[in-house]
Design a protein around this ligand. Structure first.
Ligand SMILES: [Ca+2]
Length: 254
């Protein structure tokens, strides 16, 4: 795993040097609140994903966070999933009839990626995802989280290289008719990101797609990441989508 750079935290003593005592108290309070918000919670037991093919550790921001590379740590720690099986890697992708889900363009590693974990993962297949036009075509063999249900979430320990405000863009599919809604038509469950355990961004999908295997790419959120270094992102999702990856692009630079 790559070493994480030191955090670029602010020093209360430097802040105090230019403030009145009352402001100093406020500054200390803000610094304390910021500190609680600024780092991976001390009691978090998850770890950045790694295996024989993924050895670079946490994803960097700015950069790409792959949805299927959520942290290690299991149910209730690194993720919450409503079914213990991996419905893709451990179930669907074991089937070879009537449709062969073990595509020759992939292989054992991809067919059964993280098959013993509850999060439901599959990969982009020639005949399922690429045999029709997509608004934005996904890469072949691209992992994605599917079989999404209300209230599920995944954790990502990320390495923020540049504190700032970011656009979050996403490769996704979206069946609007699948979303559970209240009497006013509002989704019952929000799609959102937490930062270090605190709500940080609400997500809005640009538009629906024609089906689970019809893909699009666009901005779903903006999020401010105020501190550099290791940070914990929690992605909360609901039924209605497949999720491939997030791209974090800085938007607060001149
Ligand atoms: Ca599952």
């Amino acid at each position: 795993m790559a070493a994480l750079p030191p955090k670029a935290g602010r020093s209360p003593s430097k802040i105090a040097g230019v403030l009145t005592p009352r402001c100093f108290t406020i500054a200390l309070s803000l610094a304390a609140a910021g500190a609680a918000f600024a780092a991976v919670p001390a009691d978090y037991k998850g770890k950045p994903f790694s295996d024989e093919f993924h050895q670079t550790g946490s994803a960097n921001i700015p950069g790409i966070v792959q949805c299927a590379l959520y942290d290690l740590g299991g149910e209730g720690v690194a993720y919450h999933d409503t079914t213990p099986e991996n419905e893709g890697s451990g179930v669907l992708n074991r089937q070879t009839t009537p449709y062969n889900h073990q595509r020759a363009h992939a292989g054992e590693y991809i067919w059964h990626f993280r098959e013993h974990e509850g999060v439901d993962i599959s990969y982009v297949k020639d005949w399922a995802d690429l045999n029709h036009p997509n608004a934005v075509s996904p890469p072949i063999n691209q992992f994605y989280i599917g079989w999404a249900s209300d209230g599920e979430w995944t954790n990502y320990t990320v390495n923020v290289r540049e504190p700032g405000t970011y656009a979050v863009k996403c490769l996704y599919s979206y069946l609007e008719k699948e979303v559970n809604r209240d009497a006013n038509g509002r989704p019952l469950t929000e799609i959102s990101f937490d930062l270090n355990g605190k709500p940080a961004a609400l997500c809005h999908l640009p538009r629906g797609t024609q089906g689970w295997h019809y893909w699009d790419y666009g901005q779903i959120a903006t999020i401010t990441l105020p501190e550099a270094g290791a940070q914990l992102l929690t992605f909360h999702y609901r039924r209605g989508n497949n999720w491939a990856f997030f791209v974090f692009e800085r938007i607060d630079k001149p």
